[in-house]
Design a protein around this ligand. Sequence first.
Ligand code: 5GP
Length: 134
Amino acid sequence: MSTIFSKIASGEIPSYKVAADGDYYAFLDINPIAKGHTLVIPRKEVDYLFDLDDKTLSGLWLFAQKAAKAIQAVIPCKRVGVAVLGLEVPHAHIHLIPLSSEADVDFKKPKLKLEKEELESIAKAIAAKWESKT
Ligand code: 5GP
């Protein structure tokens, strides 16, 4: 059985894609806590990040590093923060969150309400940076 994130990575379910290669996929979180909030996943289906095999886990972090640089080139922020929760979706993923202060990484605050057009344009801009760097 495929997870929702596998269906996103395969294109079966639409997403605001920001980066992809044969092993990994990055897309905007549908309920972002900051503009540019991105999820990075391995295409391989493993529930818990720290159960990934060495190669997939290290590749995921290297992929996330490149995605973070593309995000930072587009979204005004001091840093791109990282969070690993995995409490909702049983498919390993890393949250990349543009930060200007500690408060920007509060998962309990109300989610941003962004229009489809804005999500599209953020994803497109990050994807263009990604393309130019890979
Ligand atoms: P976690 O598993 O890390 O606790 O939370 C899962 C994250 O995935 C949440 O931030 C949630 O908004 C996001 N999410 C859940 N379902 C979807 C989806 O179908 N599409 C997208 N783009 N994000 C999702």
